[in-house]
Design a binder for this molecule. Structure first.
Ligand code: PHE
Length: 353
């Protein structure tokens, strides 16, 4: 039987050496290693062997089985390398060629200036410990108005012309609308965390307005909110000045004017010294030397309460940065409609193809 086993292995090696594809090798493998294979056949003779012979046959059979396994693996590995080499020889890619359209005329994408500035502002606030939140475009009148201290019939609803949905009404039976500002996320943010906290929330907002050089129906805001104990207007000014210095890479002079928004008290309009004329007066600042950039204020106690926060213990500030205005100031763009105009000549100035 030992001789039979040796012959079996010799036959196998001879067959294996003639094979040249992986599938043939795999077939041979199942032929030899399978339950009905020649090895099993030979081992059937074990019952007629002497005890002495049996002792030798066991280890021998094991050895042959292992050899067959490793021979097959080695053959498969060799064939794989050969196949790869053959493919490379047939289909060469010369990575050193430079005279190629992909190299000479690269068509690459680029970030839209709004996205780019949004990411910059996000990085600045992240470095100051703010979280970044998101909220839905389709909102309800609770988050967009009521919780922000603007009840139904309040004249302030007219400040923001709203796109309303005609049913179906969203959760809680409130009317659905396209959010007119990112202040909706003040409410969502307050409801989902415990003070102290600070976060920003960038996003698109929608107003049912006639468009002109400074008005669009879809534009971008970046809401900010900080709630804690003894938050002050000085904190608000500090964060705003830091932001503006980082964005414009220079110290920016700011001033606060009273501004009315039902969800802040006191409310302000934060103006910056015009960076285009350095305050001398130009068309961008309408000869005043100041540009209105950022409405803000101390969060109204009603709003804190609507967000589930104890207004006796905590207070905070909020602001609504207009990202489109920021892009326009930075690049000297005089018409907001360019921003969503999808005109490639405009886009290419910012690196998009
Ligand atoms: N949500 C206001 C608007 O869109 C801006 C704002 C935000 C004002 C936060 C004050 C505080 O007009």
């Amino acid at each position: 039987m030992i001789a039979q086993l040796d012959k079996l292995y010799a036959d196998f090696t001879a067959k294996l050496s003639t094979l040249s594809t992986q599938s043939d090798v795999l077939n041979l493998k199942s032929e030899y290693m399978g339950k009905k294979g020649p090895l099993t056949e030979v081992l059937k003779g074990l019952k007629d062997a002497t005890p002495d012979e049996r002792q030798k046959i066991g280890p021998k059979a094991n050895e042959i089985k292992q050899n067959i396994g490793s021979d097959i693996q080695a053959k498969l590995d060799g064939l794989e390398v050969a196949e790869i080499n053959a493919k490379l020889a047939l289909d060469p890619i010369d990575t050193t060629i430079t005279d190629n359209v992909l190299v000479n005329d690269p068509k690459h994408g680029g970030l839209h200036p709004i996205t780019a500035i949004q990411q910059e502002v996000e990085d600045i606030f992240l470095s100051m410990g703010f979280d970044i939140l998101d909220g839905p475009h389709v909102e309800d009148e609770f988050h967009n108005f009521e919780a922000l201290n603007i009840p139904a019939d309040h004249p302030a609803r007219d400040m923001q012309d709203t796109f309303w949905f005609h049913g179906p009404e969203v959760e809680s039976g409130k009317k659905a609308l396209l959010r007119t500002h990112t202040s909706t996320i003040q409410i969502r943010g307050m409801m989902s965390r415990k003070p102290p906290f600070k976060f920003i929330a960038p996003g698109k907002v929608f107003r049912c307005e006639r468009t002109d050089a400074s008005h669009e129906m879809v534009f971008h805001q970046l809401e900010g909110m900080m709630v804690g104990k003894d938050v002050s207007v000085a904190n608000l000014i500090y964060f705003m000045k830091t932001l503006l210095r980082e964005i414009f890479k220079t110290d920016v002079e700011v001033r606060l004017r009273p501004g009315f928004f039902p969800f802040v008290e006191p409310g302000f309009e934060l103006d910056i010294r015009c960076l285009i004329c350095k305050g001398e007066g130009c068309s961008v600042c309408k000869q005043t030397g100041w540009v209105e950039l950022l409405p803000c204020g101390m969060v109204h106690p009603n709003v804190l309460r609507a967000g589930g926060i104890n207004s006796d213990e905590y207070n905070g500030f909020a602001f609504g940065l207009g990202l489109d205005r920021l892009v326009m100031m930075r690049y000297g763009i005089d018409d907001i409609r360019h921003i969503h105009g999808a005109d490639l000549r405009f886009m290419r100035q910012f690196g998009a193809y």
